[in-house]
Ligand binder design. Structure first.
Ligand code: SF4
Length: 350
């Protein structure tokens, strides 16, 4: 099993200094080698410091030998981390996006009511075009590829070909339900050293509720089996969870955090429910200002308090998208989405 260590408080601050020092040395080296113009050097450092200061609400999670300080920023230290940081070197044109979510297939055995791909009908994109696109995106500065389906392990050939097209300038995270995962196909993927791990869907805290929600009687079993295989192979286990308002008041959120910790989860992406896909027409109950404060307080406890250090690091959409942080990053400012048919979308929810 891949070792996961979390850092908060003073240790996190010391690590911060180390990251800043290494990043400073890296870009100073680029100045010496003439890759950065002197007139941009200090502005580059200022931009990097500004970006790093926005990690203040995060727990840092060391996965193997890579430190994740943000879900979308490749682990430090790595070629992909510095490639992502290079985004700030652009002063004359628009800065490049560093992350993309790509669906390699719409095939899926589940029927989640909130699925944002519910209305995406059509044939999966030609694999050769997808590979060319991925290579092009990487050359344009994309340093974090989040690859999903449907269920990508149902079309393992496509998944592997796309991963193979991405070199070590970028990090890869694969979303899955666990369906179709085998020891053999995970071991094959593990050969791609830039795959940080697998992100499993975990939307409820009870097996029977999860099976019901995902419309498949084996959903929980597939999740458990998939996690076990990842640990066997040495790939990090991460989660995404999309919770409605009530879950933050009735103990579900806390139970999910216990489950994620029990599974040795390293990151949990907390998705804000949005009126897209299956929820496009019905809509979803919005969070009030008080709800957001309530959730933020909980996330801070888990991410920042020493008493909660061993819990999984939460990457909360609700905070990251707020005006105090990055705001909405969709639409080519930071990330975008390519669905299984090849449609380009500002984000998966639009
Ligand atoms: S959300 Fe994911 S697992 Fe659920 S139906 Fe959609 S593609 Fe399948």
């Amino acid at each position: 099993m891949l070792k996961v260590r979390n850092y908060v408080g003073f240790t996190k601050e010391v690590i911060n200094l180390k990251i800043k020092l290494y990043t400073f040395l890296h870009f100073s080296g680029q100045l010496v080698r003439g890759k950065i113009k002197l007139r941009y050097y200090f502005r580059t450092l200022k931009r990097l410091l500004f970006f790093l200061s926005y990690m203040r609400d995060n727990k840092y999670a060391k996965i193997g030998n890579r430190l994740k300080i943000n879900l979308y920023l490749p682990g430090f230290p790595s070629k992909a981390y510095y490639y992502a940081c290079s985004k700030v070197l652009e002063f004359e044109k628009k800065m490049p996006c560093i992350s993309v979510l790509i669906s390699v297939t719409s095939a899926c055995k589940y029927k989640c009511p909130h699925c944002y791909q519910m209305h995406d009908k059509g044939k999966d994109m030609d694999i050769d075009i997808l590979i060319k696109t991925v290579k092009k995106l990487q050359n344009m500065g994309v340093a974090f590829f989040n690859i999903e389906g449907g269920e990508p392990f149902l079309v393992f050939d496509r998944l592997k070909k796309v991963c193979d097209a991405i070199d070590d300038r970028s990090e890869i995270l694969i979303n899955s339900t666990g369906t179709g995962m085998t020891f053999e196909n995970l071991s094959e993927l593990k050969k791609n050293k830039n795959i940080i791990g697998i992100m499993f869907s975990l939307h409820t805290d009870k097996p029977e509720d999860m099976n019901k929600f995902m419309g498949n009687e084996n959903a929980w079993e597939n999740l458990e089996k998939g996690i076990e295989l990842c640990h066997k192979v040495g790939l990090a286990v991460t989660f995404n969870t999309c919770l409605l308002r009530d879950s933050f008041y009735n103990g579900t959120f806390e139970n999910i955090m216990e489950i994620a910790k029990g599974f040795n989860g390293s990151i949990l992406q907390l998705i804000k429910p949005k009126p897209a896909g299956g929820w496009l027409e019905s809509g979803v109950e919005d969070f009030s200002k008080e709800d957001i404060e309530h959730i933020t307080k909980k996330v801070h406890t888990y991410n920042l308090e020493k008493s909660h250090k061993d819990y999984t690091f939460i990457s909360p959409m609700i905070i990251e998208e707020s005006s105090n942080f990055f705001g909405c990053t969709a639409g080519g400012t930071e990330r975008f989405y390519i669905n299984a048919k090849g449609d380009l979308q500002p984000c998966e929810f639009i």
